[in-house]
Design a protein around this ligand. Sequence first.
Ligand SMILES: COc1cccc([C@H]2O[C@H](CC(=O)N[C@@H](CC(=O)O)C(=O)O)C(=O)N(CC(C)(C)C)c3ccc(Cl)cc32)c1OC
Length: 350
Amino acid sequence: RLQQTLASDASKKRCYEFLNMTSRSFASVIKELDDELRDAVCLFYLVLRGLDTIEDDMTLDLDRKVELLRSFDQIIYKKGWTFNENGPNEKDRALLVHFDVIIDEFLRLKPEYQSVIANITKLMGNGMADYASGEHRENTSVATIKDFDLYCHYVAGLVGYGLSDLFAASGLESEEIAKDKALSNSMGLFLQKTNIIRDYREDLDDGRQFWPREIWGKYADKFSDFTKPENKLKAQYCLSNMVLNVLDDVPQVLTYLSKLRNQSVFNFCAIPQVMAISTLALVFNNLDIFHHNIKIRKGEAVKLILDSTDMDNVVSIFRHYVFEISRKNEATDPNFMEISMAIGRVSVSC
Ligand SMILES: COc1cccc([C@H]2O[C@H](CC(=O)N[C@@H](CC(=O)O)C(=O)O)C(=O)N(CC(C)(C)C)c3ccc(Cl)cc32)c1OC
């Protein structure tokens, strides 16, 4: 008995070490969750990280990758399973090499948490596999805005679905939070789309492009054209068009947050969203994103974390950054009117 307890404490501790290693600041936010949810969310994060590592691994041949993605929801039940076929990326490699530890802890979760995580893993793994093997294969390019929303639904919207299901199953939040899928989806889309805008240069250098051709194709012939000084103006208008697309999700994000009742769940959900609206204001009309990765200053991030503990503060943070976007909005920009109206829609929702 004691032997088992010591073993399970050791593997739980190792899971949190992997969490700290893979997610920098976010790990500390997960650790603040109430006891009932902390381990389930930690394991959900690590399972998703494992899936993401496989999707990102360019050294795997396609058939092998698709097989792993489509079966990951069964793999997480296989005690002892580990994976060391994958590439050089040390940080993520370690997680899969020691994935048996994650599986041991996953199998110690309550059955209802296990099934939420397994169901989302199945949907996400198949979505990723469809995407990897489908017509997108050439350079993971996204054609239409519809494709863009579908891709972001697979990799981020589904995470919102799963977390809302965990919140409801824990009893810390109402069943309603898991019912309205559109709200949960927006929680993922807002974060993912903001990151995709911020990461233009990093992804371009990695040979990946996630901006939908339906948008950037209006401003250039090649996705990399925006890095050229002579295309400065086109680059700015393409960027504002991308920001306009993301602003659509803001009202749903605020509605989702307003439904939360548990303080630790609210903090966990609000902090990434206020970081994202701050990032969105930073990248808007900021041509640096075409040259290097930009991030909000550490001091500002800390202030945002401390301030996002109740709905009124979160609303005023969103108002502040949406106002900053409207200040930077230029009348000569073809998207000027649309952005002004999107800002109007946001302002009435908060
Ligand atoms: C209701 O929905 C959510 C509520 C709270 C947080 C998140 C969301 O926030 C982090 C926040 C995070 O991971 N931030 C990074 C910073 C960064 O990535 O730029 C960090 O602070 O390290 C994030 O980015 N993603 C990754 C996806 C967006 C793909 C889902 C994420 C991955 C796994 C989990 Cl369990 C959760 C999240 C939610 O997911 C939608």
